[in-house]
Design a protein around this ligand. Sequence first.
Ligand code: NI
Length: 252
Amino acid sequence: MLIDTHCHISDEDYENKEEIIKHMENNIMIVSTASPKDIKEVIDLCEKHKNIYGTIGIHPEFANTYTIDDLNKIEKYLTHSKIVGIGEIGLDYHYTKENKEKQKELFIKQIKLADKYKKTIVIHSRDAIEDTYNIIKQYKNKKTKCNMHCFSGSLEMAERFVNLGVTLGIGGVLTFKNEKKLKEIVTTLDIHNFVLETDSPYLTPEPLRGKKNEPKNVQLVAAKISQLTGIKYAKIVEITSQTAIRQFDLKL
Ligand code: NI
């Protein structure tokens, strides 16, 4: 059983949403909001499909535009039995550096919500890894679980996050020909620190790059980890799924 720990499946992304979900029969998906307007759609998916869980949160891209109503809605649904985390949340200085303080404030607010409702934090961090690390270290309750979605830092940074008990989401980027850092991380750190993800509909793995991604391609990520580490494919699937079940407290 494969677990895609981070994907987006909305009507906006796929015309054939139900077909995409069917491709993951007997496997599990954790669907994430990309924008506050997706909350309802994520809840609906979770309620309709046994093998779909969700995380909801306000992406840093919306640090200037989110409303208190959005935050209240997130708080309300964090008690839903199939909402297993808050995310994706974090810092994105690639998109803009001009509202760093606002982004941090929103990030910290949501970390506190995760602590309050004992939900896993799913982090989006782009060109902001040092600040992300410092906020997690300073504000996250030690018991609150945390996952770095689509990890893209150095080996040294990966080790620092792992030392805080954070799991690293490994996705299609690992299969890209010119990607070196992530390959070094995957072959150096213990694979118990990794969970698999696709970030569908983005970041399609090789050899499908250029096409729209979908959760079933998570198997290509597992295959690449197997190829790079020499550990059997079935073992990669088993260990990463166990880590995901533990990290998101999935009640299967
Ligand atoms: Ni994402």
